[in-house]
Design a protein around this ligand. Structure first.
Ligand SMILES: Cc1cc2nc3c(=O)[nH]c(=O)nc-3n(C[C@H](O)[C@H](O)[C@H](O)COP(=O)(O)OP(=O)(O)OC[C@H]3O[C@@H](n4cnc5c(N)ncnc54)[C@H](O)[C@@H]3O)c2cc1C
Length: 459
C-alpha cells in the first residue's frame, strides 16, 4: 500500500451532487467526491462510456492523483511507463532534448510518467467511482438547471425513452466538454481553431521490426508538423499521432473566405510531411484515415462559477491545445481540487457551496489559463522553420545540459492543497520573458481586422 493513498471519509455525507458528462473529468469527479462520502449521480448522454482516440500521456501531476485515489496498480497494469521523453528534429531525426523519467524524476515530482489508452483510463475511473458508491447513468442528457437558494434543480432527458425529468441536488458540476451547455451561461464564445489537424493510429508493436524496442515517448518536431510515438498496453500497441498545419484552413483564414468543412483532409495529409525525414514519412502508413481531429481550444476563462450551486470544469472550462499533454490531467486536478476544498470546509463545519466554488475557481482558473496559453506557445515552438528552428534546437540542447526541471516544475509540480494560485493569481499570467509573445492565430485575426491585405499578412 502506498502512503499517498487517500483515506476515504464521510466529510460530504448527505451532500447530493450531480455531474453532467462522463468523460475522464466527470468520472474523476464522481470518484473524488464519492471518496469523501458525497452522494454522487453522474449523467452521460452517450449510450456507453467511451473515449474516441487512443493514447493519453499522464504526467506526474496526474499520476499523483491516480495514486491518491488508490488506482496506481490498476493504471500501471493497463498502461505503460516510458523510460524517457525524447524530442527529435523532424528533418534530421537527431535528438535535441531527452528527459529521463528515472528515480530522480519520480523523487522530484512525486510521481511517475504514464501513458495509457484513453478507454482503459476511463473504464478504470468509471469502475472505481461505482465502487466508491457513485451512481452513473448512460443515455441521459442534461438539458439545463435552475439554481435555488438551497440547491439546484437539474433538468434531464432519458434519451431513448424521450422522457424528461427534474432532479434535485445540492450542487451540479458541468464536466460536459468543450460544447458545454453551462459554459454558455458564463460566456458566449466560439472555439479557436489552431489550423492544425491530428491523425492518430494504433498498431501492433512487438511485430513491428522498426519499432519493437521503443520504450520512450518520442516527438519528432519540425516546421508546421510533428509526429509522436509511444507504446501502450504494456508495449502491446504502438500509438502514433501525426499533426500538421492545414494549408486550406490557413488560406481561408488569411483570405477571409469560407473555411472548408473538411480542412486537414486526406489529400492535405498526404502532402504535409514531404519535408520531414524519410523515417517519419515511412511511419505515416499506419495512421487511421477515416477520422481526423481539427485542433482547437478556447480563450481562457477567468471565472468558472455559473451560480452558487453550479460550476464548469474540465474541457467545459478550459479546452486546451494538446501540446502540454495536460487536458485530461487538468480535468482530474479540477475534480480533486473541488472534492478536497469541499471536504475540508465540511470537516470544519463550514460547508458553503458558493464559497467553495469560488475558492476552487480562484485556484484553478489561473492555473488552467497558464496551461492553455503556454500550450499555444509550446506548439508554435515545435513548428518553427528556418533559423528559428536552429535556435530552438540549440535552446532545447542547452535545457538538457543545464537541467530542464526548472522549465517543467510549474506544470508537473502542482498540488491543489498548496492553494498557490489563490495566494498569487499572477502565477497564471505568462512569465515576463514571454509577455511580448503573441499567438499566431491572434496575430492573423488582428491584421485582418486592421485591413492588411492577404498577400501582406505576417504569419
Ligand atoms: C489529439 C489530442 C491529444 C490529447 N492528448 C492528451 C494527453 O496526452 N494528455 C492529456 O492529459 N490530455 C490530452 N488531450 C486532452 C484530453 O483528451 C481532454 O482535455 C479531456 O479528455 C477532457 O475531458 P472532459 O471529461 O473534460 O471532457 P470530454 O472528454 O469532452 O467529456 C465530456 C463528456 O460529457 C458528455 N456530455 C456533453 N454534453 C452533455 C450533456 N448535456 N449531458 C450529458 N452528457 C454530456 C459527452 O458525451 C462526453 O462524454 C488530448 C486531446 C487531443 C484532441
Amino acid at each position: 500500500m502506498s502512503e499517498n493513498i487517500l483515506t476515504a471519509s464521510e466529510d460530504l455525507k448527505g451532500q447530493k451532487i450531480i455531474i453532467s458528462g462522463g468523460g475522464i473529468g466527470g468520472a474523476a469527479g464522481a470518484l473524488a467526491l464519492s471518496l469523501r462520502g458525497a452522494d454522487v449521480t453522474l449523467y452521460e448522454r452517450a449510450p456507453e462510456f467511451k473515449e474516441v482516440g487512443a493514447g493519453l500521456q499522464i504526467g506526474p501531476h496526474g499520476v499523483k492523483m491516480l495514486e491518491k485515489w488508490g488506482l496506481k496498480e490498476r493504471v500501471f497494469e493497463s498502461g505503460y511507463l516510458p523510460e524517457r521523453m525524447q524530442f527529435r528534429d523532424a528533418i534530421t531525426t537527431e535528438p535535441i532534448l531527452t528527459m529521463n523519467f528515472d528515480d530522480d524524476f519520480e523523487k522530484h515530482y512525486g510521481g511517475k510518467y504514464l501513458v495509457i489508452h484513453r478507454s482503459d483510463l476511463l473504464s478504470i475511473l468509471v469502475e472505481a467511482a461505482q465502487e466508491a458508491g457513485a451512481t452513473l447513468h448512460n443515455d441521459v442528457q442534461v438539458l439545463g438547471a435552475d439554481t435555488r437558494e438551497d440547491g439546484v434543480t437539474v433538468h434531464i432527458e432519458h434519451r431513448s425513452e424521450g422522457r424528461k425529468e427534474d432532479v434535485e441536488a445540492d450542487m451540479l458540476i458541468a464536466f460536459d466538454g468543450t460544447h458545454s451547455v453551462f459554459r454558455k451561461e458564463i460566456v458566449q464564445d466560439d472555439p479557436v481553431p489552431s489550423a492544425y489537424v491530428a491523425y492518430r493510429g494504433t498498431s501492433e508493436l512487438p511485430s513491428d521490426p522498426e519499432m519493437k524496442d521503443l520504450k520512450d515517448v518520442v516527438g519528432y518536431i519540425g516546421p508546421r508538423v510533428h509526429f509522436i510515438q509511444y507504446p501502450l498496453r504494456h508495449g502491446e500497441l504502438l500509438n502514433q499521432v501525426a499533426v500538421f498545419q492545414s494549408p486550406r484552413y490557413l488560406e481561408a483564414l488569411t483570405d477571409g473566405t469560407e473555411v472548408p468543412e473538411d480542412w486537414g483532409n486526406n489529400e492535405e495529409f498526404k502532402n504535409a510531411f514531404g519535408h520531414t525525414n524519410e523515417f517519419v514519412q515511412g511511419r505515416l502508413g499506419s495512421m487511421w484515415l477515416d477520422t481526423w481531429w481539427q485542433m482547437a481550444d478556447r480563450e481562457p476563462l477567468e471565472n468558472w462559477v455559473v451560480s452558487d450551486r453550479i460550476i464548469v470544469m474540465g474541457d467545459a472550462a478550459h479546452p486546451p491545445l494538446q501540446y502540454l499533454a495536460s487536458g485530461a490531467v487538468m480535468a482530474m486536478e479540477d475534480a480533486e481540487c473541488l472534492a478536497l476544498y469541499a471536504s475540508q470546509a465540511a470537516a470544519k463545519g463550514e460547508l458553503n457551496w458558493g464559497e467553495v466554488l469560488r475558492e476552487v475557481s480562484g485556484e484553478r482558473a489561473p492555473r488552467c489559463a497558464r496551461i492553455q496559453t503556454i500550450g499555444r506557445f509550446w506548439g508554435e515552438l515545435w513548428h518553427v522553420d528556418g533559423v528559428s528552428r536552429l535556435i530552438r534546437n540549440e535552446t532545447f540542447r542547452n535545457a538538457e545540459r543545464s537541467g530542464w526541471y526548472r522549465y517543467a516544475d510549474w506544470l508537473w509540480d502542482y498540488d491543489a492543497e498548496r492553494r498557490e494560485y489563490l495566494q498569487d493569481p499572477s502565477k497564471g499570467e505568462l512569465p515576463v520573458e514571454l509577455q511580448e509573445w503573441e499567438y499566431n492565430i491572434h496575430k492573423v485575426i488582428a491584421q485582418r481586422e486592421a485591413g492588411v491585405a492577404a498577400a501582406e499578412l505576417t504569419i
